[in-house]
Design a protein around this ligand. Structure first.
Ligand code: NAG
Length: 296
């Protein structure tokens, strides 16, 4: 008990330290900047943070994967990232599924208080548009044809990028719907391309799936952190279910992460410090699988 309390204490201290460091940096940057440039200085730690949020599953049984993605979307918005800097990819929007007894809603908590559904989020890719190839195009910016800006990630070497992916995965791959997959090597190649094209400064990848750590293990490009929900050989599990909805609502790791991000004090979303803080909290709280952290 005592040891447990100490561990929690350490986690809290880390969160506070992150917050304090950010507060100091923001104070130092604020005053002069606005006078010298017409472009307003970034107002928050996430002023040049972008996010690509992906749920790869269809079918009612996989309600929780869309709920995961929508909950992360909501938390990222709350952390100060506008919709214009988020590409949201949902293989299926369960708020409109005929089996949904709460049409228009997607809940992530047992009490059905937290509705993260579509009306609150702009979905940029849906249905067949969500594939391993379309995710690779978004990340690398190599679009086949002209696409609306909202479906692109126009980042630079100064941008911080969060990539969140949830769905069914396995050893060294992430499944896209039932026909398609992205392997760990594919991911590593996409990240290397992003790097050489100058599309990120820091990249944080968050993966909630089975054997999730294996999806990131080939990534070797610099400044990449990866937080994943399970080790090689492990499954990843849902956290809440609800009988009225008739489904599992959310996965354990994502529930904890979105809760942590939604706390306004989280500060910067992307980078080593942020990813380590996420991982520390997961290590203390996850019960059904073992989270994993990797950085390059
Ligand atoms: C890696 O990230 C740090 C911290 O944001 C940044 O200062 C540095 O320039 C980045 N390195 C590269 C090679 O982009």
């Amino acid at each position: 008990m005592e040891a447990r309390r100490r561990r929690w204490g350490a986690v809290l201290c880390t969160a506070a330290a992150v917050f304090l460091a950010m507060a100091v940096a923001a104070c130092a940057a604020a005053p002069g900047a606005a006078q010298w440039t017409e472009v307003p200085a970034p107002r928050s730690a996430n002023g040049n943070t972008w996010a690509v949020i992906v749920s790869t599953s269809r079918y009612w049984l996989n309600y929780r994967h869309a709920a995961n993605a929508l909950a992360v979307y909501r938390a990222v918005r709350r952390a100060g990232v506008p919709d214009s800097r988020i590409v949201l990819m949902l293989a299926e929007d369960f708020s409109r599924n005929p089996r949904n007894v709460f049409p228009g809603s997607v809940f992530v908590d047992e009490a059905l208080q937290v509705d993260v559904a579509r009306g609150k989020a702009e979905v940029d890719y849906e249905g067949d548009d969500v594939s391993a190839a379309s995710l690779a195009r978004v990340l690398t910016g190599r679009h086949a044809a002209r696409v609306p800006r909202s479906r692109t990630l126009p980042t630079t070497r100064e941008s911080d990028v969060l990539l969140y992916v949830t769905g069914h995965g396995g050893e060294n791959f992430m499944k896209f719907q039932d026909k398609d997959m992205m392997s760990g090597e594919d991911l590593a190649e996409v990240v290397a391309e992003m790097r050489s094209l100058g599309r990120y400064r820091e990249l944080t990848i968050v993966v909630d799936t089975c054997k999730a750590s294996t999806f990131c293990r080939h990534v070797s490009s610099p400044n990449v952190t990866c937080v994943s929900s399970s080790l090689r050989g492990q499954n990843s599990y849902s956290k809440h279910a609800n009988a009225e909805v008739g489904n599992s609502l959310v996965d354990e790791m994502t529930f904890l992460i979105q809760e942590q991000l939604a706390e306004r004090r989280f500060g910067k979303l992307v980078g080593r410090r942020a990813a380590r803080a996420m991982y520390q909290r997961l290590r203390a709280r996850m019960k059904s699988s073992t989270p994993h952290y990797r950085e390059t």
